[in-house]
Design a binder for this molecule. Structure first.
Ligand SMILES: Nc1ncnc2c1ncn2[C@@H]1O[C@H](COP(=O)(O)OP(=O)(O)OP(=O)(O)O)[C@@H](O)[C@H]1O
Length: 258
């Protein structure tokens, strides 16, 4: 019984999380209403919502970059009080170090944590191979396409071996074709190297392709509008009738919140 309870304990837990900012006029602007959210181990959770609803703010709160105004966020039972190696973040803006090669970028985290060269480069090579960048270890970001840079960002996040991966519209800046390709890639990577993921998008196809569960957020201030458990077999087809039905249903829910 005790063992079962432990297996079921959520990796990420948000309890009545509330966030407000002061705008330039000094007025309070509530961005996150009270959000309660639990994410299970190795679950691929998609936060889906309209533009400017507060998705990035949620990622910043869970990553520890921003403090919540009230409420509590825990990761593996420990309150989030700032950034930590247990949470890796992949951003839409590809923020690689331009002066470092692919290998240099991917091994960066273990390097600053003092992991020896041989061990960290072996680990980095594993993740470089995992994201399909073998042969580009010595390339600098300037020589890589947008999709390849995002692969480096994913390998870099994975190389820290975090419990949780937070992905904030990682494919939002890519062209449509590359975006489809990267959706397929991230699904394969996650199948091979399971992690607890929170993935932010405002693209319903992307959400349905990737999610175990989609949490639909309302317009700002963000609250949870609806949740969908997505049981479609993987890899998914964008033209599967159930995929298309869910796409229509979820899109209509987002529209009526406007
Ligand atoms: N540091 C800040 N100070 C003041 N207001 C902020 C701050 N960060 C975000 N906001 C405001 O919070 C609201 C939600 O922003 P956020 O970036 O979280 O939304 P989003 O859903 O990620 O948007 P998008 O889909 O366009 O990326 C916006 O109105 C934004 O201006």
């Amino acid at each position: 019984m005790e063992r079962e309870r432990k297996i079921e304990a959520p990796v990420i837990e948000c309890k009545a999380v509330h966030k407000k900012f002061l705008n330039l006029a000094g007025e309070e602007h509530v961005v996150i209403g009270d959000i309660d959210l639990q994410v299970k181990k190795n679950e691929f959770l998609v936060l889906f919502g309209p533009g400017q609803c507060g998705k990035t703010t949620m990622i910043n709160l869970i990553s520890g970059l921003l403090p919540a105004t009230s409420g509590e966020i825990t990761v593996n039972g420990k309150p989030v009080t700032g950034p930590g190696a247990d949470r890796g973040v992949v951003y839409q803006t590809i923020n690689l170090f331009p002066w470092l090669t692919t290998m240099g970028n991917v091994e960066y985290g273990p390097k600053i944590r003092g992991v020896g060269k041989e061990e960290r480069q072996k680990k980095a090579q594993y993740y470089i191979d995992l994201v399909g960048l073998q042969g580009f270890e010595k390339a600098y970001p300037v020589k890589l396409s947008g999709g390849m840079k995002q692969r480096v960002g994913i390998a870099r996040a994975y190389c820290n071996e975090p419990d949780v991966l937070l992905m904030d519209e990682p494919f939002g800046a890519l062209d449509a074709q590359t975006r489809y390709m990267m959706q397929e890639e991230i699904e394969k990577i996650w199948q091979k190297e399971k992690r607890t993921v929170i993935f932010v998008t405002n693209n319903i196809e992307e959400a349905l392709y990737l999610a175990d569960r989609i949490v639909v957020l309302s317009n700002c201030p963000a609250t949870i509008k609806a949740e969908y458990k997505i049981d479609l077999p993987r890899p998914r087809s964008y033209v599967d009738p159930e995929f298309l039905r869910l796409r229509k249903e979820i899109t209509s829910i987002v529209d009526i919140t406007k």
